[in-house]
Design a protein around this ligand. Structure first.
Ligand code: GP9
Ligand code: MN
Length: 606
């Protein structure tokens, strides 16, 4: 086919502009032309002009590759934000191969219109058949210089701004600029030098409490010398506890156990991008996770003062059990950093009854139960950390594991599957508690059970699911319902059914366990003993825009990619206006998160 004249390349910029507009509107819900034309578009256009200037042969191919890469970025960011409610950064790419949540549900997350991002890649193929490649003409150089100047100005301005929330930052300063600024901060070693150390007294003051020495605190030593079992339950949210559907309890075993537990019903998840592994990190260090990056991806291998290590000095032997490949979430790095004596993963746990990631929870609990007698011979006391995984998104289990008789409208719904899998997890926990009783360990153990993070979130929750959840809980599904996970402490003759509604976070799990065991930890932790302290302040990142906080009376959602800031009343979850307390909490949260980063720093790669 004879090709006509060279394609007028300004049209290539026009196609790119349309794509950038679609991206901004979809991601940030903003139609502001100023930010599109002055902030977002010039950077992408600069890259295109550089491609056009640099490539002399096979120009159409170069244009196609550039367009295709931009389409891949826009498409990925769109899916990512739909699930995580935040934009991904360049370093999140490391995680896409391990994040079951994204990798496995990508098909469910995309909507046919998202593929329109690839329209120009098709268009370029069609144009290339008819037209000769666009030729570089003199205005291109001048356009590139102008674009470079605009780009340099907006990037320099962005570098002066603090990144409180990365999505909001990208909305205000441009996506490419947000990546450049993050690269700059990550390579700048002195970035954290200004973070202040806090004394235990100052830390409690930020939360609104008066500091009390550990051994003077309520609950100290209540479970002294007991064995410790920590059961981290996949996707277990608080809203299922005590609830029934069709006359059947969702968590009959946990509900029964509550009669002899201390139950904290207002504990918030604090995980970041590392989800389950972040929960393991938080619960075993009392430290914050990194937030925007899975903590496990950044560990430098340095041994952290952890729950297993501190317990070791008191004669405890520790073991962790999780039925997935140990390299998933870099647990092969995480576990030595935490210092477990024994690690059991899918290599040791028999692969029977596989569901999702590996053998079903009953196999893991059974495996752990069989290990106990030997460990009791080997160590004075034992600490077993059991991480369940069967109740994982998308919560689909074989028919014979579904024991709830759900109303027809729950059939094949996300929430229906969720309730079935939570019920399954509950049954396995119940069976394990019985096993501990049979082995005579229940009366000499402290058992902590908590959920790692929400299961009902993101775009997999359809409007019908949402309506069913609201019907199930009897009120609108709020942030509080989404982010609260049950936390209970139990064991023979320890508690007789107390429920505490005070605010807690996952960082409080380890300090509370140690307080009950009457053991002091040598190094600072971010959390505190929940039996003693009434007030709390938790800094949030990742699942809420950076700068958001959860405080005993108020929940603040900082401005993010699409939505403006919102303040909620903790009790009613109604929206409310900011007061002077809010402003103080915003400042204190910044101090708290910076302190969290400072404590984390020795364990992270540069
Ligand atoms: C994978 C399992 C699930 O090993 O722990 O992880 P999640 O996707 O919930 O982070
Ligand atoms: Mn999880």
């Amino acid at each position: 086919m004879k090709k006509s004249a060279a394609f007028p390349y300004p049209f290539l910029f026009l196609f790119l502009l349309i794509k950038v507009i679609a991206f901004r509107v979809l991601i940030f819900d903003t139609k502001s032309l100023v930010s599109i034309l002055l902030i977002e578009f010039p950077m992408w256009a600069l890259l295109l002009s550089l491609v056009l200037m640099a490539v002399k042969k096979r120009v159409w191919l170069a244009v196609w590759i550039y367009n295709f890469l931009v389409s891949v970025i826009f498409f990925t960011v769109t899916l990512y934000i739909r699930y995580y409610s935040t934009i991904p950064s360049y370093y999140d790419l490391q995680q896409t191969t391990q994040s079951g949540s994204v990798g496995r549900t990508i098909v469910m997350l995309s909507n046919p219109f998202d593929f329109l991002f690839f329209l120009d890649a098709v268009l370029v193929i069609i144009l290339a058949r008819k037209w000769a490649a666009p030729k570089q003409k003199w205005p291109l150089k001048y356009a590139a210089v102008a674009l470079a100047l605009i780009g340099a100005t907006t990037t320099t301005y962005a570098l002066q701004q603090p990144i409180v929330d990365v999505s909001y930052f990208a909305k205000e300063n441009g996506y490419i600029q947000s990546q450049v600024v993050q690269m700059y901060h990550r390579s700048n070693e002195t970035a954290h030098a200004s973070f202040a150390k806090l004394s235990p007294k100052q830390l409690e003051a930020l939360k609104g409490n008066e500091y009390v020495e550990m051994d003077q605190q309520k609950g100290f030593g209540l479970a002294k010398d007991r064995h410790l079992f920590v059961i981290q339950v996949e996707s277990l949210q608080n809203f299922v506890i005590g609830k029934s559907v069709n006359g059947q309890e969702i968590t009959p075993n946990l509900n029964k156990l509550l009669e002899e537990s201390a139950y904290f019903s207002n504990v918030f998840q604090q995980i970041g991008a590392g989800t389950t592994s972040d929960a393991e990190w938080i619960a075993n260090t009392g430290l914050y996770p990194q937030g925007m990056i899975p903590t496990v991806n950044s560990l430098n291998g340095e041994e952290v003062p952890s729950l297993p290590r501190t317990l070791q000095t008191y004669g405890y032997g520790s073991a962790t059990y999780h039925a997935d490949d140990v390299t998933f979430w870099n647990r092969d790095v995480l576990y030595p950093v935490l210092g477990y004596d024994e690690v059991y993963s899918n290599e040791e746990i028999p692969n029977i009854k596989p569901v999702g990631f590996g053998p079903a929870d009953e196999v893991v609990f059974d495996f752990a139960a069989k290990k106990l007698p030997k460990q009791l011979v080997k160590y004075d006391r034992i600490y077993a950390n059991i991480v369940t995984v069967t109740s994982h998104t998308p919560f689909v289990m074989p028919e014979e594991m579904q024991h709830l008789d759900l109303p027809a409208e729950y059939e094949d719904m996300y929430i229906g599957n969720y309730l079935q899998s939570v019920r399954y997890a509950d049954e396995q926990i119940g069976a394990f508690i019985e096993e501990l009783k049979d082995q005579g360990l229940y009366d000499t153990s402290l058992i902590a059970i908590f959920g790692d993070h929400s299961g009902m979130h993101g775009s997999l929750v359809t409007e019908e699911d949402q309506a069913l959840i609201e019907d199930f809980i009897g009120h609108p599904y709020t942030l509080k319902d989404q982010f609260t996970v049950p936390l209970l402490f139990t064991g023979g003759n320890l508690f007789n059914g107390i429920q505490m509604e005070r605010l807690g976070g996952q960082v409080d799990i380890m300090p509370t366990i140690l307080a009950l065991l009457g053991i002091e930890h040598e190094t600072p932790m971010m959390g505190h003993n929940l039996f003693h302290y009434e007030k709390n302040l938790l800094g949030m990142r990742y699942y809420m825009p950076g700068g958001s906080f959860i405080q005993s009376e108020q929940i603040y959602k900082a401005p993010g990619a699409k939505l403006p800031e919102v303040l909620y009343d903790m009790k009613s979850m109604g929206t409310r206006g900011k007061n002077s307390e809010t402003k103080k909490h915003i400042r204190d949260t910044d101090t708290l998160l910076n302190y969290g980063d400072l404590l984390l720093e020795p364990y992270l790669k540069d």
